[in-house]
Design a protein around this ligand. Structure first.
Ligand code: APR
Length: 228
């Protein structure tokens, strides 16, 4: 199910929100997208080994087939650090018209039980109460999207599908992650022709609501976040 994005109420806003016309939200499985979306690249919520796992990672490796993990072993033997992204061919996913898989490794949301990843702003709160962009985890997730878009430009991607990186096993708060994803996608599309389109692929209607809320309330939070 594709959810069209809210168009801006006034022409002036349209000038600001041109990128909105190039963004969409789709509820479904990123490894089984409707052919009509004409997606030619999908992003993966990977781990640092790039050798597969559960969630999106497991689904993509299953759909791409064992050649994907073998390619990562030989071409990315050191894996990928958190906050960065690597490109691979799509292998078995090519039968769906997908040409590229862009593997990003998102941060684990810091927990009191020792998952502290440090904070960009000394003294910043260690939970979701921190202002957007004021935790190290925010910066690492933002870096994932910046890296993904840079790879999309480098590889001439036309339509990129993005999962909600870090919001599953890695426990990143979903509303916060949706704002980071939308904020960076919106900013990138303002400055670049590629990708022509970006679709946020959510695994449930509930998850999609976080992206809709982020877009509907962008006037409230985009101005005063810390740009990362
Ligand atoms: N299509 C689209 N979205 C999906 C799919 C799918 N097939 N499967 C899961 N999701 C959603 C989840 O509901 C969640 O919102 O993707 C989001 C990211 O969840 P995870 O896949 O758990 O990714 P992440 O939180 O980044 O954790 C990454 O989990 O699977 C392992 O190897 C992976 O170690 C890595 C870690």
């Amino acid at each position: 199910m594709d959810l069209s994005l809210p168009q801006s109420p006034t022409p002036a806003d349209d000038a600001l929100d041109g990128p909105l016309a190039r963004l969409a939200i789709h509820v479904g499985d990123i490894t089984a997208l409707p052919a009509g979306l004409r997606v030619d690249a999908i992003a993966n919520a990977a781990n640092e080994t790039l050798l597969g796992g559960g969630g999106v990672d497991g689904a993509i490796h299953r759909a791409a087939g064992p050649d994907l993990a073998e390619h990562c072993r030989t071409h990315h033997p050191g894996g990928c650090p958190t906050g960065l992204a690597k490109h691979t061919p799509a292998f078995g996913l090519e039968r769906q018209g997908i040409r590229h898989i862009l593997h990003a490794v998102g941060p684990v949301w810091p927990q009191e039980d020792g998952h502290e990843v440090g904070y960009a702003m000394p003294g910043a709160p260690t939970d979701d109460s921190a202002k957007l962009g004021y935790t190290h985890a925010d910066n690492l997730l933002a870096s994932c999207y910046v890296q993904l878009f840079a790879l999309a430009v480098r590889h001439g991607v036309r339509h990129l599908a993005l999962p909600a990186i870090s919001t599953g096993v890695y426990r990143f708060p979903k509303p916060r992650a949706a704002r980071i994803a939308f904020g960076h996608a919106h900013g990138h599309l303002h400055r670049h022709e590629h990708p022509e389109r970006i679709t946020f692929v959510c695994f449930s209607d509930e998850d999609a609501k976080h992206y809709h809320d982020a877009i509907q309330t962008r006037g409230e939070w985009m101005a005063n976040r810390r740009r990362v």
